[in-house]
Design a protein around this ligand. Structure first.
Ligand code: ADP
Length: 159
């Protein structure tokens, strides 16, 4: 059976930090499903359709990556897809507590689904979708932090 790993998140928008995690995962697992979970309280800048498009474009040369969206609980989604791996990125110690809380709850809900963490490349450890949006909003330079298609999309949003 193919080993499918789910990379869940908001991806509002996808950054080079996300891509770093996806790329590392794609080298280890047979398939990576990047899934936009639409059930968080966060208000998003990009619509789900825009985010899907940006993720697809930004990951198209990786090969074994698919993109999907879900309103369900991550664990239910994973069970339906017969995926037993969730892949998350860790940037700094500040991510740890939040990730531990989610992982512990997910493990309680489904013991057979394992969460794997990948430490990001140091050059992206300060990078988040929020900070990129903040800088782009004031026309700051975000080159190299996001794929070019995302850079263009952010410029259009904040034009
Ligand atoms: P969420 O709302 O679930 O935090 P995000 O889209 O912000 O969704 O992040 C999705 C995943 O990508 C999380 O595991 C997060 O830790 C990881 N991630 C976000 N930014 C980076 C980065 N710069 N480097 C590595 N991982 C990252």
């Amino acid at each position: 059976m193919k080993k499918l790993a789910i990379v869940p998140g908001s991806f509002d928008p996808i950054t080079n930090g996300h891509i770093d995690i996806i790329r590392r995962g794609a080298n280890i697992f047979d398939e990576i499903a990047v899934v936009i979970f639409n059930n968080s309280a966060k208000k998003s800048l990009f619509t789900v359709e825009e985010r899907i498009h940006l993720i697809k474009e930004a990951t198209k040369e990786i090969g074994n990556v698919s993109v999907d969206v879900s309103d369900d609980l991550l664990i239910n989604y994973a069970k339906n897809k017969e995926a037993f791996v969730v892949l998350r990125g860790l940037r700094a110690v500040s991510d740890f507590e939040y990730e531990m809380q989610i992982t512990s709850m997910n493990r309680r809900l489904a013991k057979d689904i394992e969460t794997f963490f990948v430490m990001t490349n140091n050059q992206y450890s300060f990078l988040s979708s929020s900070i990129v949006k903040e800088v782009a909003k004031y026309q700051g330079d975000i080159h190299g932090l996001v794929p070019e298609i995302v850079e263009k999309a952010l410029k259009e949003k904040y034009a």
